[in-house]
Design a protein around this ligand. Structure first.
Ligand code: ATP
Ligand code: SVQ
Length: 325
């Protein structure tokens, strides 16, 4: 199925008829096409409800946003960013997929993949820590999803265990793209109308300094606290924090309040608990580098001994998730 460029408001389906001619069907969904079920969770501006498509009986998570509340809180921009970002990231097993959007007079609706096993955060809180096998499995999936985002000109900017959901096979689905940064498409210098699909520049279109958004304190990179420039390497920093947290149960930079946490980040004040595996120490220390240019790239991370027995690529998403321990 192809996705209408304008946004996932319509779902284009191609079907070959008896003579092999391709028929193009567009599907316009609305509230009445779904049976709404249990509430999966609440956000600051949203309620997420499990729902079943009445025709196909497929289950989804529908994120319902109250228009009045969004307008009052001046969050309309985030709604558009979330929609545009999800439309750009429509085809990766580790990223929540947006199937349809629609609205009624009161609400906006985002029809998303259902991740029935909740947040990786809750699993980690319950278990305390993950063993090496589980940590390698989940961090490899996260790395693969981040690689895909970056290759599609998207910086997540708020990666954290709460935004990593678990699907029915206990594989990850990254969510929460309302605060992502979409790297713009620049016209080539000579002014010719370049093909917009290939020249995703690494320089965001809007002025960096106007950026007020920073992620969640424990996962914010130092450059975001000093000069506001969020780049792809800011996601790599957050990845390093998550990797550390999966293995020892708490993030590397954690203090009694946000300000103290920021101080620790800027001073790179963290340490490894006894028993933290050496190969993981080596990798984490090359991710939590103050200078963004010194952090490993995704290719270098994949080649690190920590991932020696992980095969990146499609098998990462078809192999069985290890029993959580
Ligand atoms: N696709 C999904 N499948 C299952 N549960 C989901 C899905 N998306 C979100 N949830 C759950 O619903 C809750 C609300 O998610 P939502 O993304 O709307 O808000 P949030 O980002 O968690 O909160 P905030 O807006 O304050 O950052 C979360 O607890 C999340 O775990
Ligand atoms: O961009 C789109 O796909 C359409 C375009 C037409 C439209 O009216 N909307 C809703 C615009 C909007 C955004 C925020 C609020 Cl609070 C109210 C309306 C957009 C929309 C519809 C449904 C769900 C999300 C969005 Cl952004």
């Amino acid at each position: 199925d192809d996705w209408a460029e304008r946004g996932a408001a319509v779902h284009v389906q191609r079907e070959a008829d008896a003579n092999g001619n391709v028929q193009i069907k567009t599907i316009k969904k609305g509230v009445k096409d779904f049976t709404f079920g249990r509430i999966l969770g609440e956000g600051s501006f949203s309620t997420v409800v499990a729902a079943t498509d009445r025709q196909t009986l497929r289950e989804y998570a529908i994120k319902i946003l109250d228009k009045r509340h969004i307008i009052k809180e001046k969050k309309v921009k985030y709604v558009n960013i979330e929609k545009n970002t999800l439309n750009r990231l429509g085809d990766h097993p580790g990223i929540v997929r947006l199937y349809y959007t629609f609205q009624d007079e009161r609400s906006l609706y985002f029809v998303l993949d259902l991740a029935p096993n909740g947040e990786l955060f809750s699993v980690l809180k319950k278990l305390g820590t993950l063993n090496m096998e589980c940590t390698q499995y989940y961090s490899a999936q996260l790395l693969d999803a981040v690689d895909y985002m970056h290759n599609h000109g998207v910086i997540h900017r708020d990666l954290k265990p709460e935004n990593i959901l678990l699907d029915e096979n206990m594989r990850i689905k990254v969510t929460d793209f309302g605060t992502a940064k979409l790297l713009g498409v620049r016209k080539p210098v000579d002014g010719t109308a370049g093909d917009s699909s290939d020249n995703i520049s690494s320089i965001p279109i809007e002025d960096e300094r106007l950026n007020s958004f920073v992620g969640t304190a424990e996962y914010v990179s130092p450059e975001l606290l000093t000069d506001k420039a969020a780049g792809k390497s800011s996601d790599i920093w957050a990845f390093g924090c998550i990797l550390y947290q999966l293995l020892c149960g708490k993030p590397p930079f954690k203090a009694s309040n946000e300000y103290q946490t920021f101080q620790k980040i800027i001073k790179l004040e963290y340490s490894f608990p006894a028993g933290f595996p050496q190969v993981a120490r080596d990798l984490v220390s090359k991710l939590l580098a103050t200078d963004p240019l010194k952090r490993l790239t995704i290719e270098q991370i994949k080649a690190h001994p920590f991932f020696a027995d992980v095969v990146f690529g499609p098998t990462l998403w078809s192999r069985k998730a290890p029993r959580l321990a």
